[in-house]
Design a protein around this ligand. Structure first.
Ligand code: LLP
Length: 415
């Protein structure tokens, strides 16, 4: 199911726009997103759950550009935020506060109060915070509770969030404490939430975590929402496994409908995918600054690095790379594709690519999720610009930074 960019008429294209032209027009490094791909993924998720009342809340930490958020909104997707700043971006993109879920981790209570003011619903993930929420709001403000089901799943240890040692959520073994606080303040718990982790392939892991939540749901008479988080695995390379969405949809829907039936009311099922919606829609275009021949090794140095896409260095993540300037050739090479940051920022080691020449444009695929949002100005380099291909046309949705951005907020003292 890995779907690399399409070669049409001997060139890489996104919606019939030549990728090389995009690189030429807007320069590199450049994040380019395909709006059609995002809409396709929304539809894929919806069609896996035809029989339940489904709500998709985009986990916008994956990609917060306001034009992308607007695209989500126009396609019936709501939004999950994790900071007051993401919440502001959501409002800026036109979401109503009531369409926002705030899923914070270890924030001060001020942030929760500010989010409540906007109408957002909060996922409370700490007994103390639940208690404060009860003291402050009683039953006046509906809320959700984030549970840690103690299920270990995810692509790597850094992106697992529901295992026993994880900081997230209230441990399900504290269920009695939760219920005591809820009862004490008559808290209006309308939803239960859990998020297992990222890059989860096995439908079983989702089902196991869901079962914990479904079971606990019986304890809340006002419950309307079950939010099962995100974490669906997408394909990063040929032969890569992915979450089987129809299978997952069938399994979860069955258990979910049974729960609704037992409780005697129709519940809503929410998901908060990040990667699933935007990973495959994005590429990072870079320019080959150098081809360096060393004994037994050839380095391709590009005008980007861990400052723009940190996933390979942080998680050993694989990002497929294609040579946009040389799409069809028999001449191949094996390269270490490296960045221009003064650190060992290797995008790919011993990677076979179509022959790379100085000046070629390379595309790193699956860069839509946690690409730009995890970028930085390290080495005082500018973050990339962002382009959205929408209705067959490439539009800038974020200008490239300038020196003003790097100097902004710096104070040069009179010394
Ligand atoms: N909901 C909650 C509460 C989350 O913490 C996350 C991700 C998501 C939803 C969305 O997960 P997704 O569908 O994108 O897997 N930077 C890492 C991923 C960290 C995910 C953090 N939480 C990476 O690039 O692999």
């Amino acid at each position: 199911k890995f779907q690399p960019m399409q070669i049409i008429n001997h060139q890489y294209q996104i919606q019939n726009v030549a990728v090389l032209d995009i690189a030429q027009q807007f320069g590199t490094p450049l994040y380019v997103y395909d709006a059609n791909k995002i809409v396709e993924k929304i539809d894929e998720l919806k069609s896996a759950f035809p029989n339940v009342k489904l709500k998709i809340k985009f986990a916008c930490k994956a990609l917060t550009n306001v034009s992308i958020l607007k695209l989500m909104r126009q396609n019936g997707v709501e939004i999950d935020v994790v900071s007051p700043q993401e919440l502001q971006l959501a409002l800026h993109a036109g979401f109503e506060g009531t369409q926002v879920t705030f899923t914070p981790s270890g924030v001060s209570f001020d942030e929760i109060e500010a989010a409540v003011e906007t109408g957002a619903i909060i996922n409370l993930d700490n007994l103390n915070v639940l208690e404060k929420f009860g003291q402050r709001y009683g039953n006046r403000v509906p809320c959700m509770i984030r549970i840690k089901p103690n299920v270990a799943a995810g692509g790597n240890a850094k992106i697992m969030t529901a295992h026993e040692g994880s900081k997230f959520g209230i441990d399900i073994r504290q269920r009695d404490e939760i219920l005591a606080i809820v009862e004490k303040y008559n808290i209006n718990v309308v939803g239960l939430h859990q998020h297992t982790g990222s890059d989860i392939k096995e439908a079983e892991a989702f089902v196991k975590a869901a079962d914990v939540i479904f079971d606990f749901a019986h304890s809340f008479p006002n419950l309307q929402i079950i939010d099962l988080g995100g974490g669906f695995k997408v394909a990063y390379k040929e032969g890569d496994y992915t979450t089987n969405m129809p299978e997952l949809g069938a399994k979860l829907s069955e258990a979910f409908l049974k729960l609704s039936e037992t409780l005697g009311r129709e519940l809503q099922l929410w998901f908060e995918p990040g990667k699933f919606l935007v990973s495959e829609a994005g590429v990072l275009l870079v320019h080959a600054n150098m081809v360096k021949q060393a004994p037994g090794r050839t380095f391709v140095g590009v005008n980007s690095g861990l400052n723009h896409l940190i996933r390979p260095m942080m998680y050993d993540a694989y990002h497929h790379i294609v040579n946009v300037s040389n799409p069809e050739t028999e001449s191949k090479g094996t390269y270490d594709v490296v960045g221009y940051i003064c650190e060992t920022d290797t995008f790919a080691k011993d990677r076979e690519l179509n022959e790379v020449r100085e000046g070629d444009i390379l595309a790193l695929l699956n860069a839509g999720a946690y690409g730009f949002t995890m970028s930085s100005q390290y080495n005082s380099r500018y973050r990339p610009a962002e382009v959205l291909v929408y209705n067959g046309q490439a539009h800038v949705i974020r200008e490239r930074e300038t020196m003003d951005d790097i100097l902004r907020n710096q104070v040069l003292l009179e010394l």
